[in-house]
Design a protein around this ligand. Structure first.
Ligand SMILES: [Zn+2]
Length: 98
């Protein structure tokens, strides 16, 4: 018998070698490294989201580069604050609904 771990992913159903570098938790969860590390967007912003707080003149000065910077800074402050506590609470809520 092969000694390498072969397992079916509980998320994607993929049945491939998980490799020796997979974290223990991934293997125990039955979720493959690809699904384990798949990214989902938390938030995004548009000019429309901030327009009510600024004048049209101010809005005209916001370039796409500025918007990217704002999004990036908001991402930083979001993940620095209550983010991780909120995240756990949110996941617990969703799990209860299922
Ligand atoms: Zn998978």
């Amino acid at each position: 018998m092969a000694s390498k771990k072969m397992s079916k992913c509980s998320v994607c159903g993929g049945n491939k070698k998980w490799g020796k570098y997979a974290f223990k938790k991934e293997l125990k969860s039955g979720i493959c490294p690809t699904c384990w590390n798949k990214l989902f967007s938390v938030s995004s912003i548009a000019r429309a989201d901030i327009a009510e707080h600024f004048s049209n003149e101010q809005m005209k000065h916001l370039t796409d580069r500025d918007m990217e910077l704002i999004a990036s800074k908001m991402g930083d402050s979001y993940s620095a604050g209550e983010y991780w506590d909120d995240l756990v609470e949110c996941v617990e809520h969703i799990l209860k609904l299922e």
